[in-house]
Design a protein around this ligand. Structure first.
Ligand SMILES: Cc1cc2nc3c(=O)[nH]c(=O)nc-3n(C[C@H](O)[C@H](O)[C@H](O)COP(=O)(O)OP(=O)(O)OC[C@H]3O[C@@H](n4cnc5c(N)ncnc54)[C@H](O)[C@@H]3O)c2cc1C
Length: 478
């Protein structure tokens, strides 16, 4: 380890100690049905959201926390798996997991690792370095993570606990917890989508952008990319750089979207107070923002545009697709295009029933369409499928009383967005959204223990001072 990092880690230790107030432990172990103490909080997902949540809980003296991730260590989230950009799209000065502790920021880690000049000269953060920072962060703050652990079922257990069934290489384990946070990423409450006209195609002809595409196999091939967000462009660029003969990117809109709404909303007022708005305002804003989809940065576009064999078609939704010869024919209003392979960069959709961990409650999770009917010109069936979350990010019931235990399942992912605005799965919102989530979790844990706190207070008999009674003077004073 470089001397810069050694010094930084010492600084972090000091900073955390100086800001640890109040450090009194306030949670008592709750025995699970297996006789062992249940976790106070189980966090599912060790991406940046899960790590930041666990760190926020630790800062609130909720220390009986475990983070599980199905991936192997270092392979959590998109960064070293399916992200195909060279650098992060967000500006380098966005803070996040550090929760406003300067020594824990990406900048501090970068400067300690590569020097202050290197940071100054850096344009955007290389994604491999971001992944390295996440691993360093979790070690240096001491988040307890177990990799290779997939949560495949959540059900209610005795004593008001939740039981998570965990699949590991060694078999099945049951973990009991008072609360569960699902920090399971963009696809955590559904999956990546392949548009309906392409759905029937085999994976040898069509994949979505989060799948492990063999780009070397696209050399000399005609590639179609569906969608015009940043990931679609990243995949088009990767195919071009791998030597594809031609890459055609099909944009559904009449004109390509170049505004990035997430830049506009990155101010404290919106990030912090969006969730306090009524349903009509929350729907109006987030429908407008999420229907726009995320715009792509200039560098992302340039990475494609520098290739003469890159072709952008706007106003070209795919209306039909059929396997033809060794490839596909795509029918669009602009004509029929042949392709050897199709990549869909078309985002995610909610589908609770498709997630094993939600199988016991999927049908009873309230969604926005259950709770709010927008005016005709603001309708969106896709966004109506987002969960309608409580003010502590908890799932709410469609039919009250049928699955009351879901009030202890909290969602911190892209699925939180309709209820909270930018929040889970979003670097720009983390310093505001994680404290809000932690506040909701500690509120629930505190309220559930109120009888114990009352007894503890009544039994509290620690004197703060010793008062020595003076013996009155004989005869008194005159
Ligand atoms: C390609 C791409 C590029 C992006 N680039 C940027 C960017 O430049 N700037 C920016 O601000 N944002 C970016 N984002 C958005 C966001 O920052 C990322 O999606 C980020 O990874 C979200 O972090 P997360 O922790 O919420 O989810 P993830 O990083 O996806 O982590 C979720 C974790 O949950 C685990 N998991 C899921 N289900 C289970 C289960 N049942 N049991 C156990 N583990 C489970 C997964 O293995 C995964 O590791 C990007 C997103 C994508 C997809």
């Amino acid at each position: 380890m470089s001397s810069g990092l050694v010094a930084l880690e010492a600084q972090i230790g000091a900073d955390l100690a100086k800001t640890a107030h109040p450090h009194a432990a306030w949670l008592a172990p709750r025995p699970g049905p297996d006789g062992k103490p249940a976790l106070d909080v189980l966090v599912v997902g060790a991406g940046q959201s899960g790590l930041a949540t666990a760190f926020g809980l630790m800062r609130s003296q909720v220390t009986n926390v475990l983070v599980l991730d199905k991936s192997e260590e270092g392979r959590e989230g998109p960064w070293l798996t399916y992200a195909r950009m060279h650098t992060l799209r967000s500006p380098k000065d966005f803070t996040g997991l550090d929760l406003d502790i300067p020594s824990l920021t990406y900048q501090s880690w970068h400067e300690a690792s590569f020097g202050e000049d290197d940071w100054r000269n850096l344009d955007l953060i290389p994604r491999e370095l971001w992944a390295e920072y996440l691993l360093w962060f979790r070690r240096v703050v001491g988040v307890a993570v177990r990799n290779g652990c997939e949560v495949i079922d959540i059900s209610p257990a005795a004593g008001g606990l939740l039981a998570a069934t965990v699949q590991t290489a060694a078999g099945i384990d049951i973990v009991f917890a008072r609360k569960i946070v699902l920090a399971t990423g963009q696809e955590g409450m559904g999956d990546w989508t392949i548009p309906e006209p392409l759905y029937h195609l085999p994976s040898s002809l069509c994949m979505h952008a989060a799948q492990p595409i063999d780009f070397t196999g696209l050399r000399g091939k005609q590639v179609a990319v569906i969608g015009a967000g940043a990931s679609a462009f990243d995949n088009a660029a990767t195919a071009l750089e791998a030597g594809a003969a031609e890459v055609h990117l099909f944009c559904r809109r009449a004109e390509i979207q170049v505004i990035q709404p997430y830049r506009w909303l990155t101010f404290r007022g919106f990030l912090r107070h969006f969730c306090d708005l009524d349903d009509a305002w929350r729907w109006r804003f987030m429908r407008a923002i999420l229907e726009m989809r995320e715009g792509f940065p200039q560098a992302t576009y340039d990475r494609c545009a520098r290739h003469a064999n890159f072709h952008l078609h706007d106003g070209a939704p795919v209306e039909a697709a059929r396997a033809a010869g060794r490839g596909v024919e795509l029918q669009t209003p602009r004509g029929v295009f042949p392709a050897d392979f199709v990549i869909c960069g078309t985002g995610i959709d909610m589908n609770f029933a498709g997630r094993p961990e939600l199988q016991n409650c999927a049908a009873n999770i309230a969604v926005w369409a259950d709770r709010y009917q927008p005016p005709a010109d603001e309708r969106s069936p896709r966004l109506g499928r987002f969960p309608y979350l409580a003010d502590d990010y908890a799932l709410t019931e469609r039919v009250a009383g049928a699955t009351p235990w879901i009030a202890d399942i909290h969602v911190f992912a892209i699925a939180s967005t309709m209820s909270f605005g930018a929040s889970g799965s979003s670097i720009n919102a983390m310093t505001t959204a994680v404290p809000k989530l932690v506040h909701g979790l500690t509120r629930g844990l505190f309220r559930a223990d109120i009888e114990r706190h009352w007894s503890s207070f009544q039994a509290y008999d620690v004197p703060q001072a010793v008062v020595e009674r003076q013996t009155p003077a004989v005869g008194g004073e005159r």
